[in-house]
Design a protein around this ligand. Structure first.
Ligand code: PLP
Ligand code: COI
Length: 342
């Protein structure tokens, strides 16, 4: 397979149109077979549910080139299951989970030339999504939907890759108790645009959202879960019904326990205890594991002992093990790796 002639090391986290994408349509209560198309545009009613009432959800996962030249993706079954949860919460029809995985495989196979080579630092980001496509003017679910999957080669989500970032405690809320924070609804991201633009303008890389009800507990950022390391080397991850159940975080927890023999706690994390942690990081498909060096709480700074120059030592071990599994040079737990091309 001849690769596209891209400068893989400097592509950044941007959309780049590739050759083919998957499209399936839901009409009269059933999904059609779905097909690959080279048309990167979507034509829908001006009154479509997605345009009027934001009836849309999405997923994000990545395909990797392994050291021995295979193309694989990481735990796509969990993305399929999470998208099914999102659909149920948004009154959208579930796209069957096995067909979701097939669509991901087909879309990557049709764009193999865009899968960045092993060692390039880039990966192929896969974006499955669904939206209400027919006209709805009263507030109610659409009757017709489109499920699509496109791919785009990407570099690190945060400029500087593994360099520690600075975040701020955010005064806006991400998700209400009993709201939609636990699903991957487009509306969760629309509301985060104002706070992230403000954060960037003020010189921060990301926002730390606290729980909306009491503003005492750590939730997550706009696009990643938190991990913390205590001074005695325990991995602590915030537990809340209003954060997105990150597949990366769940995988890190497994890696910490089963590969690195670490103690793990998944529990509510009070903001007051954050100053006592030794290391802090963000985790997600796009973020991978991005170290946090500093948190600004309204002018009061929390500086982690790991500093602003490099990842803390425990975060680094987690990062190396997780990415080693994803890139194929550390043996993966059963069922984690889906081979797309040998
Ligand atoms: N939290 C939010 C709000 C996200 O958008 C994402 C990205 O998908 C994550 C966490 C990380 O989830 P995952 O590891 O499944 O990509
Ligand atoms: C992902 O990590 O896949 C996401 O959807 C997060 C987003 C900020 C790009």
């Amino acid at each position: 397979m001849e690769k596209k002639n891209l400068d893989w090391s400097s592509i950044g986290f941007n959309y780049r149109q590739t050759d083919a994408r998957f499209v399936a349509n839901y009409k009269n209560g059933a999904w059609d077979e779905g097909t690959m198309t080279d048309d990167a545009t979507v034509v829908i009613s001006e009154c479509a549910g997605v345009l009027q009432y934001a009836q849309t959800c999405f997923e994000g996962l990545k395909a990797y080139t392994t050291e021995d030249g295979k193309v694989v993706c990481f735990r796509p079954d969990l993305n399929a299951a999470r998208m099914a949860d999102s659909c149920r919460r948004l009154e959208m029809p579930v796209y069957p989970e096995d067909k979701f995985v097939d669509a991901v495989v087909k879309t990557v196979q049709a764009n193999l030339a865009y899968v960045p080579p092993f060692g390039s630092g880039a990966t192929l980001y896969i974006r499955p999504y669904m939206f209400g496509s027919d006209a709805v003017i009263g507030v109610k679910p659409s009757e017709e939907y489109q499920f699509r999957v496109f791919v785009t080669p990407v570099g690190p989500y945060f400029q500087g890759g593994a360099k520690p970032i600075t975040i701020r405690v955010c005064d806006y809320d991400r998700a209400a108790p009993h709201g939609t924070g636990h699903i991957k609804a487009g509306l969760n991201y629309a509301m985060s645009l104002y706070p992230i633009v403000e954060a960037h303008r003020l010189g921060y890389d990301e926002n730390m959202y606290l729980d909306a009800a009491t503003r005492t507990k750590v939730e997550e950022t706009g696009g990643a879960n938190f991990i913390f390391i205590t001074k005695d080397g325990t991995l602590v991850t915030p537990k809340s019904d209003s954060i997105l159940p990150s597949i990366t975080r769940r995988s890190i927890v497994y890696v910490a326990e089963h590969y690195l023999g670490m103690k793990v706690e998944h529990r509510p994390v009070y903001f007051d205890e954050v100053k006592d942690f030794a290391e802090c990081g963000l985790c997600g498909t796009a973020a991978v594991i991005s170290p946090v060096g500093k948190i600004d709480d309204h002018g009061k700074e929390i500086c982690f002992p790991s500093g602003m120059d490099e990842m803390g030592p425990v975060t680094k071990k987690l990062y190396d093990t997780l990415t080693g599994i994803q890139m194929g040079h550390i043996e993966a737990p059963e069922g984690w790796i889906k081979v797309i091309s040998e």
